[in-house]
Design a protein around this ligand. Structure first.
Ligand code: PLP
Length: 360
C-alpha cells in the first residue's frame, strides 16, 4: 500500500492519486513507444498529440472561447509579473488592485519597468483581511489594463466577480484557477503557475484574448506572447513532462464532472474547515466570515506562537502535513486545493476540535 498523507502545502501541492498512478504506469513506456514522455522529442507526433489534448481538455474545462489563445510557458507566475506589462501596457499605464503580497509583487515588478502604476484599492492597511472593494469609476479609463490577483494564497481572500470595465482585466489565478466556474470572457489575460490546481511546477498557463497579442513590437523573442502563440508553445523546448501531467489532471477533472463538480466540492471542503475554526475557542481565521473567504487557502491562528507550534507538530503526527502558516503572517494555513480529498478536510476539522478541547 502506498503511504499517502493529507498535505496542506500551498504549492507544490497534492495531485490526484489516480493521476499519479497513471503517470507511474506510463512512466517507462508511454503507450507502447518504449520511452517515457520525459525522454520524448517535443517535435514528435506522439508529443504533439499530448499537448493538443491537454489544451483541448483545458478549453473544455474552462469553456475557453475560440478567440482566446492558450499558452504553456515557463518562468512561473513570477515571469508573468513582467511579461504582462511588457506585452499589454503599450501606454505604460496599469491599474492594480492591491489585495496582498502577490499583487504588490506584481505591482513592484511593473514599476521597475517604468510603468505608471495606480492602486485602485488596497487592503494592506488592514493586513489583507478582506478583498478590497472598488468601483468601475475608480479605474483609469486610459489604463492599459487592471491587474488583480483572484485568490490571495498567503492571506486567504478571493474575489471572482469584478465590476465590468471598459479596459481589459489581467488576473493572476495561480491559486484558484479551475476551483470554481467563471466566465473567461470577463478577462483579457489569465495566468497561473501550475503547482497548485494544475500539476507539477514548471509550466505556467497563459490564456490571452487574441486582440491583446502583438500590441508592443520588438520584444525579446521569449518574452513576447506572439512568439508562443505563433509556435503553439513550441518555439523552444516546452516543459514537456509538466504539460503531460497537467493533461492527466485535466482528463481526470473532466471525468469527475468538470469545474462545477470541483466548485461544489471545494465549497463543502472549505465550509468544513472554516466551521471547525469558527466554532473553536482557541482559533480564529484571518479572514472574517463572508464571500471574501478563499476556498483554497485558509490561514488561522491561536494568537499564541507556542500553541501554534504545538498544533502543527501534533497535526503532523496525525498525518496532517505542511500546516505551518506563511512567514508573513505566521500561525497555520490549510491549503485545500482541488486534489485535497474531503476526508483530509474532515480529519483536519476533527483534529482542530480535539486540540481545542484539550488546550482551550
Ligand atoms: C497568487 C500567486 N501568484 C504568484 C505566485 C508565484 O508563482 P511562481 O512560483 O509560479 O512564480 C504564487 C506562488 O505561490 C501565488 O500564489
Amino acid at each position: 500500500m502506498t503511504k499517502r498523507v493529507f498535505n496542506f502545502s500551498a504549492g507544490p501541492a497534492m495531485l490526484p492519486l489516480a493521476v499519479l498512478e497513471k503517470a507511474a504506469a506510463e512512466m517507462t513506456d508511454y503507450k507502447g513507444t518504449g520511452m517515457s514522455v520525459m525522454e520524448m522529442s517535443h517535435r514528435s507526433s506522439t508529443y504533439q498529440a499530448i499537448i493538443d489534448k491537454t489544451e483541448a481538455d483545458l478549453r473544455k474545462l474552462m469553456n475557453i472561447p475560440d478567440n482566446y489563445k492558450v499558452l504553456f510557458l515557463q518562468g512561473g507566475a513570477s515571469l508573468q509579473f513582467a511579461m504582462a506589462p511588457m506585452n499589454l501596457a503599450k501606454n505604460k499605464k496599469i491599474d492594480f488592485v492591491d489585495s496582498g503580497n502577490w499583487s504588490s509583487t506584481a505591482l513592484k515588478e511593473a514599476k521597475k519597468m517604468g510603468m505608471d502604476c495606480h492602486v485602485v484599492a488596497s487592503s494592506q492597511a488592514d493586513n489583507n483581511t478582506y478583498f478590497p472593494d472598488f468601483k468601475a469609476e475608480d479605474v483609469r479609463k486610459d489604463a492599459d489594463y487592471l491587474h488583480v490577483t483572484s485568490n490571495n494564497t498567503i492571506y486567504g481572500t478571493k474575489r471572482m466577480n469584478l465590476p465590468k470595465l471598459s479596459i481589459p482585466v489581467v488576473s493572476d489565478m495561480s491559486s484558484n484557477i479551475l476551483s470554481e466556474v467563471f466566465d473567461v470572457k470577463d478577462y483579457g489575460l489569465i495566468y497561473a503557475g501550475a503547482q497548485k490546481n494544475i500539476g507539477p511546477a514548471g509550466v505556467t498557463i497563459v490564456i490571452i484574448r487574441e486582440d491583446l497579442v502583438g500590441l508592443v513590437p520588438n520584444l525579446p523573442t521569449m518574452l513576447d506572447y506572439k512568439t508562443h502563440v505563433n509556435k503553439g508553445s513550441m518555439h523552444n523546448t516546452p516543459p514537456t513532462y509538466s504539460i503531460y501531467l497537467a493533461g492527466l489532471v485535466f482528463e481526470h477533472m473532466l471525468a469527475q464532472g468538470g469545474v462545477p463538480y470541483y466548485e461544489k466540492l471545494n465549497k463543502e471542503k472549505a465550509e468544513i474547515v472554516y466551521n471547525a475554526i469558527d466554532s473553536s475557542k482557541l482559533f480564529k481565521a484571518h479572514v472574517k466570515k463572508g464571500p471574501d473567504r478563499s476556498l483554497m487557502n485558509i490561514p488561522f491562528f491561536s494568537g499564541n506562537e507556542d500553541l501554534d507550534k504545538k498544533f502543527i507538530k501534533a497535526a503532523e503526527a496525525e498525518g496532517l502535513l505542511t500546516l505551518k502558516g506563511h512567514r508573513n503572517i505566521g500561525g497555520m494555513r490549510a491549503s485545500i486545493y482541488n486534489a485535497m480529498p474531503i476526508e483530509g478536510c474532515r480529519k483536519l476539522a476533527e483534529f482542530i476540535a480535539k486540540f481545542d478541547k484539550e488546550n482551550a
